[in-house]
Ligand binder design. Sequence first.
Ligand SMILES: [Zn+2]
Ligand SMILES: [Zn+2]
Length: 341
Amino acid sequence: MLTCRIHAKEDLRIEDSALPEAGPGQVLIRLGAGGICGSDLHYYYEGRNGSFVVREPLIPGHEASGVVAKVGPGVTRVKPGDRIAVSPSHACGQCDYCREGREQLCRNMRFLGSASIYPHVQGMFCEYFVMGERQCYPVAADISLGEIAFAEPLAVALHAVNRGPELLGKSVLITGAGTIGCLTVIAARLAGARHVAVSDILDRPLATARQVGADRTIRADREPDALAAPQYDVSFEVSGSFAALKSCVAAAKRGGTIVQVGTIPHEPMPFVVNDVMAKELDLKGAFRWGIEFDWAVDYLSSRRVDVKPLLSGQFALQDAVEAFALAKDKTRSTKVQVVAA
Ligand SMILES: [Zn+2]
Ligand SMILES: [Zn+2]
């Protein structure tokens, strides 16, 4: 079967590997669609994602849907032929954080397609892979495997909103109009935000943000004044840009909240923290998700949200290099997926 591996910076190979087997409690899954995420792009183009460095060949991919091919002994949650969303989070379920209900902070987390620990936890950009049944979410609804693969990034956006305060009646700023930014627009509207503004430095992502419900879009590079005055109750910094975080602080009303969602480059940065004090800002982080994956699957299955405007293209696994190139070009794409041929 075909397997996509990142060996080092800009060295992605499609290799042949043996079909894995499902043991007790495990499920053999044929890849449906796998979304290329910002972190996959960082691993491929930089050989690292923030502080996580590729130290051995890494199969990328943590946003996937699939079809159950075989089940191991004792599996009851899914059966062959089921279409599923795959949760890439393998928390231990036993540490203090897991027991507090914050599995994304698990001390023993094994998150698929991530170099956060060594040996790395391999991802899902391969024809077949094996998962524990707990990670399989059957989706009976008549939605495509491409849409089901949005469960993971939608969970990220739902978790970001869940980390902030109640949004009913609030004005919201989202910096960054990529997949997560647009999904955060959708999540903020689900949560009742009164006004949702989105900033970016490219036109295409902003047009997509409008399509999924943004009330206002701002070209941060051309309209600096638009983000200079305090006017937002809650900001979500999704772009991973330090300049955008500074805009969030400037644009926050007194008593406002800023949720950091994007991965900011792993280097020291000068930061005027005084505003956090003087404006009584709440500065919070949102990392991955916990229970929100379950919610994401339900929102997709029930069609409460429509992610189709975000899907820009699908490529066969063997064309992964081409897929990564399109995914990197934000003037041409939002979410790009690889699919099993
Ligand atoms: Zn991701
Ligand atoms: Zn744990």
